[in-house]
Design a protein around this ligand. Sequence first.
Ligand SMILES: CC(C)(COP(=O)(O)OP(=O)(O)OC[C@H]1O[C@@H](n2cnc3c(N)ncnc32)[C@H](O)[C@@H]1OP(=O)(O)O)[C@@H](O)C(=O)NCCC(=O)NCCS
Length: 214
Amino acid sequence: MTIKEFIRGNARIKKWVLAILFRRRPYQAKVRWYVWCFSVFPRYFKRGISWRSRLDLVPFNKFSLGSYSRIEDGVVINNGMGDVIIEDEVHTGVGCVLIGPITLHKHVGLSQYVRILGMHHGIDPDKPHHHHPSTKAPIILEEDVFVGTGTVIMGKKNGEPLVLGKYCRIGANSVVMTDIPAYSVAVGNPAKVVRIWNFTLKKWDKPASNDIIL
Ligand SMILES: CC(C)(COP(=O)(O)OP(=O)(O)OC[C@H]1O[C@@H](n2cnc3c(N)ncnc32)[C@H](O)[C@@H]1OP(=O)(O)O)[C@@H](O)C(=O)NCCC(=O)NCCS
């Protein structure tokens, strides 16, 4: 059993550790100043991370950034709920919000103000929203996915990974809530596939119906 598993399995110790790491309610998304100094501040010296971005990173989950990847001004990255893994040559445009667990494979491109949300809050009306337990909703963007500006990508509520397949294109201002197949163009709210790459004729075809084809 690892230390992480031991802490997770013991409710009292877990609560105590979280109280040491995080600011008081309702600001739990931000770590305390001494955690920030040792575990977040040094990350700003990594090549590719803008000083004007906001990193809300905890020491018990991973954050990694590959070579030649870029975190632009105003980007928010939070790994409190799960790892944020960014591979090589990924570009995150101005103002993006990335809440883990998220994996961005190489050459992924996020335009401005894309929000990728790898968690859900409960919706019990008897409690304030920040008192609800949060659940993980992992999101994976495969190689060379391009996401248009203003898009929201929300993980699945059942906790299974939401996958945007290799080379898919997501139109500006879309809301993605289901898997998107590789080599397709998906647009709208909720996002639907509107084009599929025809490998034989080397052109984009309209799908037979507007339903998402997997
Ligand atoms: C999704 C996108 C890549 C598709 O471009 P394309 O391959 O040239 O495809 P088309 O323009 O032929 O559009 C295909 C269909 O989707 C529709 N569509 C395209 N983008 C859309 C969008 N953002 N929202 C809703 N519908 C959209 C088109 O009207 C068209 O509909 P049709 O099948 O009824 O004709 C492009 O429209 C887009 O949104 N790009 C993102 C732009 C952006 O964010 N740029 C920032 C640069 S940093």
